[in-house]
Design a protein around this ligand. Structure first.
Ligand code: GTP
Ligand code: MG
Length: 270
């Protein structure tokens, strides 16, 4: 698997057959983390209410399951105040995914940047209710918990409704992503609900060639200040007891990309 930028604007080619898929899954599950980050790489999912943060974690856990069994241990659903109220981690091998509340539903929007900063630093305990959490930058009150330190951030967007996000909200998002960038923490965007764009059922390696998706990424890059080559999609719409192969591939493709980048960075700072 590899990423390249071609002249037609397609920059991801998630091609894989069943054997490669199993190999990649095994590699990700048995990945040996760099010494500096303990047993796990911590990946935070951050995004607006209902964007698909919790569903994406279920997809990752299912895609990483040796049999691809669908896992639905993370509660999902629509709630105007964010269904997920707590910061909570879910482990698969040496990857730990951190689910969070929709950032636009936090009690005090002025303090959202500080909440994010504290989460990144590993200073918000697992299970903390983010709806009522008052950030406190004093390390004496909220010391760093080394195993909670975040190594990568996935910003989740409902790709179908990005046009509806107000300029004020986008400005707030830009500040959030700048906080992550300033800490040299690897960050990507994942678009969910892409099937609502009317993308036909194509083989997964062509999905990034679909022009409406490319336009969405370009617009999102302009409005967020993030590189469109760091933008991916996953599909969280699955039924039955096993995740479909192409949905599994899309999910593992992003994780592989992230883990490689995080690994490279952490080894340079060791
Ligand atoms: N069609 C479609 N629906 C999705 C997808 N991902 C999530 N959803 C639906 O969107 C709704 C919200 O998903 P969640 O995963 O709970 O979203 P969240 O970001 O965790 O939301 P909060 O915890 O409330 O902030 C649920 O009804 C999901 O079933 C997707 O890829 N496609
Ligand atoms: Mg949630």
């Amino acid at each position: 698997m590899g990423s390249k930028l071609s002249k037609d604007g397609c920059f991801h080619f998630p091609t894989m057959d069943k054997r490669n898929l199993d190999t990649l899954r095994n590699c990700l599950c048995s990945y040996n983390t760099p010494v500096c980050c303990g047993d796990c790489i911590n990946i935070l999912l951050f995004g607006m209410v209902g964007a698909g943060k919790s569903s994406s974690i279920n997809t990752f856990l299912s895609a990483l399951d040796p049999q691809g069994t669908t896992i639905t241990c993370v509660p999902t659903g629509m709630n105007p105040r964010s269904l997920t109220s707590e910061l909570r981690s879910y482990k698969a091998g040496s990857l730990k995914f951190w689910d969070s509340s929709g950032w636009n539903a936090l009690e005090n929007p002025d303090q959202t940047n500080q909440v994010l900063q504290m989460i990144l630093e590993g200073r918000v305990p697992n299970g903390t209710n983010l709806h009522s959490f008052i950030p406190d930058l004093d390390v004496a009150n909220y010391p760093v918990i080394p195993e909670n330190e975040i190594h990568g951030v996935i910003f989740i967007f409902n790709i179908d409704t990005t046009d509806l996000i107000s300029d004020d909200k986008m400005k707030a998002f830009q500040e959030l992503q700048t906080i992550v960038a300033q800490k040299y923490i690897h960050r990507v965007v994942i678009g969910t609900k892409f099937e609502l764009l009317g993308i036909p059922e194509k083989h997964n390696e062509w999905i990034y060639e679909y022009k409406p998706l490319q336009r969405k990424f370009e617009q999102l890059a302009e409005r967020t200040g993030m590189d469109r080559r760091s933008m991916f999609v996953v599909s969280n719409q699955w039924r039955g007891g096993q995740i479909e192969m192409k949905k599994c591939i899309l999910a593992l493709y992003v994780l592989d990309n992230m883990v490689r980048n995080i690994d490279r960075f952490l080894k340079t700072v060791e």
